[in-house]
Design a protein around this ligand. Structure first.
Ligand code: NAP
Ligand code: GLV
Length: 319
């Protein structure tokens, strides 16, 4: 029996977390962790598998014989844009741990805006004891753009909190308790949305989709008048100059942004200082590295025993 192929690990995550997770991972094969200087310049030919997150552009020329590429996260735009992507399956990370984290973030952001957290923080900073009129979740329609794995879970959990939830996706999805719209129903969807949540992958079709023209179509009948924009999909889907303009003109009442056109968000960005804009550093649903390696081990075992891989990306659609 031939030796099992090593696995290349090239993850720009917290190094200590990768190291700790590797301690118990892939017991039956060698791991080539490209973060380890010992592997610098190592010949990667003849290796079947790579688990990657934000690899250097020469990865595929260094490792020309890959049979499966695993994304370290749910999104794959970071792989699809690498030069020389081989014509082999690209598997994305789909896991309860990641889905749960994203829903926590989405529900938290919706609640921060619903409960006027920014205004109470400002009052507290002035040591001022005052209550504000408080709408309830049922007064707010949350519209989610992207009703895949993450959008559907967030929708369920927002509904438990009492929000009215509607969803939009490329194809029509049937989800109990959620009114859904397909691509053609975008304007009708936007017209009902008070809090807009972006959970879209970055593809040629979704690049720049969150722009001034789209924000202008959002409902203005919500409890705060102007709508709120919340995005944890990808920064390339948002036009930040338009978000700033809409906040300045009160066309948007607030925003929560986990992803940005340029990451890290530059220190001089106005987003850091805007009232009622919450900024998080692309951590809404960071991958749990142990769970990632368990998923990769599981998929490799399937592949090597002739079973179909799961969560394979449609490279033409881009997600
Ligand atoms: P998914 O299961 O593939 O779902 C993607 C959803 O987007 C689907 O509903 C799809 O429509 C819809 N969609 C794609 N292109 C569209 C278009 N042109 N028009 C309308 N709808 C479109 O992906 P997921 O697992 O939910 O993840 C979504 C994205 O979240 C990832 O791609 C990634 O960018 C982002 N993410 C961010 C973080 C973070 O920490 N900030 C963490 C994880 C993931 P169909 O249902 O018709 O296919
Ligand atoms: C994170 O951004 C992911 O795509 O998993």
């Amino acid at each position: 029996m031939s030796a099992k192929s090593p696995v290349i690990v090239d993850l720009k995550f917290i190094p200590e977390e990768v190291e700790a997770a590797l301690a118990g991972a892939f017991p039956d094969r060698e791991v080539i962790d490209l973060a380890d200087p010992v592997h610098r310049g190592r010949d990667l030919s003849g290796i079947d598998y790579a688990v990657v997150w934000k690899s250097a552009p020469d990865l595929f020329s260094r490792a020309p014989d890959l049979k499966v590429v695993f994304s370290g996260g749910a999104g794959v735009d970071h792989v699809l844009t690498l030069p020389g992507l081989p014509d082999v399956p690209l598997v994305r990370f789909v896991d309860r741990t990641l889905t749960t984290r994203m829903s926590e973030w989405v529900v938290m952001q919706c609640l921060l805006h619903l409960r006027q957290h920014h205004a109470y923080e400002a009052l507290a900073n002035r040591h001022e004891w005052r209550d504000l009129s408080q709408p309830e979740a049922a007064d707010v329609t949350v519209g989610i753009m992207g009703m895949g794995v993450l959008g559907q879970d967030a929708a369920r959990k927002l509904a438990v909190m009492g929000f009215k939830v509607i969803g939009w996706s490329r194809s029509k999805r049937v989800i109990e308790g959620v009114e859904t719209y397909d691509a053609a129903g975008l304007d009708a969807f936007l017209g009902q949305t008070d809090f807009l949540v972006g959970l879209l992958p970055l593809t040629p079709e979704t690049r720049g989709i969150f722009n001034g023209a789209l924000f202008a179509k959002l409902s203005r009948r919500g409890p705060f008048g102007a709508p709120v924009f919340i995005n944890a999909g990808r920064g390339g889907s948002q036009v930040e100059a338009d978000i700033l303009e809409c906040i300045d003109s009160s066309m948007l009442a607030g925003a929560s942004l986990d992803v940005f056109e340029r990451e890290p968000l530059p220190q001089e960005s106005r987003f850091w200082d805007l009232p009622n804009v919450y900024v998080t550093p692309h951590v809404a649903a960071s991958s749990d590295v142990r769970a990632l390696f368990v998923h990769v081990e599981h998929q490799i075992a399937r592949f090597e025993s002739g079973l179909p891989l799961e969560h394979v990306v449609d490279k033409v659609a881009g997600y």
